[in-house]
Design a binder for this molecule. Sequence first.
Ligand SMILES: C[S@@+](CC[C@H](N)C(=O)[O-])C[C@H]1O[C@@H](n2cnc3c(N)ncnc32)[C@H](O)[C@@H]1O
Length: 426
Amino acid sequence: MLNPITDIRTKFQDIEVSPEWCFKNVRSTEQWTHGYHRYPAKFLPNIVKKLIEDLTNQEDVIADLFAGCGTTLVEAKVHGRKSIGVDINPVAQLITNAKINPIDPHILDEYSQKLIDSLDSYNEAEYQSIESHKRIDYWFFPEHKLKIAFLYSQILLLSTNENQLRDFFLCALSNILKNCSRWLQSSTKPQVDPKKSPVDPFKAFKVQVKSMKKKNDQFFYELSDKDLLETECDILIEDARTTSIKSESVSTIITSPPYVTSYEYADIHQLTAYWYEYISDLSMFRKNFIGTFYSLNQETVTSSFIGQDIINQLKEKDARTAKEVANYFNDMTEVGREMNRILKPGGHACLVIGNTTLKDVKIKSAEVFAEILQMLDFKLVDIIKRSIPVKLIPTIRDKKSGRFTKLTNKNSKLVYPEEYIIIAKK
Ligand SMILES: C[S@@+](CC[C@H](N)C(=O)[O-])C[C@H]1O[C@@H](n2cnc3c(N)ncnc32)[C@H](O)[C@@H]1O
């Protein structure tokens, strides 16, 4: 018999791309409410849909411990499965809440019209004296800032028992903040574009609401026709390592963990986080994110053999990156333990993850996660390899800095054109 580590390595070497998981002919990923808000590295909904259809029954409970903008939860609801999501990021919770709770189209019509009409009463002079966080002053020109402050105050006039409407409009406003700011439009990372002419907030808001309304109506009628509007679906702001989800209460986990030092979600969502006062200090906000460049841990040891091999190679090149990757693998081991706790015996954990390269070392996260799951007594049921359409995920990194970049950059290098779906059984 092969030793389990060699076995995992061999398994990965032998896997061919599965065409039925590539969804090559998918033209749009924007069905239902999926397209409400941009979100880096969000799931292709078709993967979640296929996993739900292949692995779950009507009475099953589905969880996503890195719920992001709620792709798993939206798909679970439209399939009539109860679901629960967890994410450390309050912006993820806001977007997800807006997406999983469609509003009666007639009510939404009425409130959208009222809100849009109220923009006519805007008087810049009344807003001149508002106080705002210094980072808001950094990102926005005064005329745009004042209009956004007005819009925000109008949305907050909705009473607290109109939460679904509030979330809908706050989500709409959140998604236009980047366009209305000085943030370089083509960049996910925070970077000022000194030449940018930001979009007028009122104009952008009207367009955004119109587009979201269409999706809301489509999702609402789909759910009401199938009598699924009341399907339980919840999103919590919690840490994936220590959730409040009851032990052995979940049938299937469908999740895509953050990549290591790729997207700094705290930084990326700072405009919304400052405006909605989720944070006052970015460095505090960053602290509990997994896969962050700003982790405070100083580990260089991990329990996965494949992981340790990667860390040892990195140590030779760059001590800081070695620590970041070790922290990441250790955090993900804790998440694996938490998944084991919440899953019912016989339940499935499905992880979607790609490999990447840092400092010229291959970071084979998929192999490491497979090993971690096995160490935690999961049985590996299937490992699926799929190719990712380039338009759906940034696949280019700067070879020197390791950060995402454009193909036109001479240091650029393709990363995760393929990803894996690991299916393990408790
Ligand atoms: C790859 S994204 C998930 C995207 C999601 N599948 C979707 O379709 O929107 C990873 C998510 O992990 C979240 N995250 C990072 N650290 C976390 C932690 N400690 N606990 C829970 N969520 C965390 C990030 O906020 C981000 O939303």
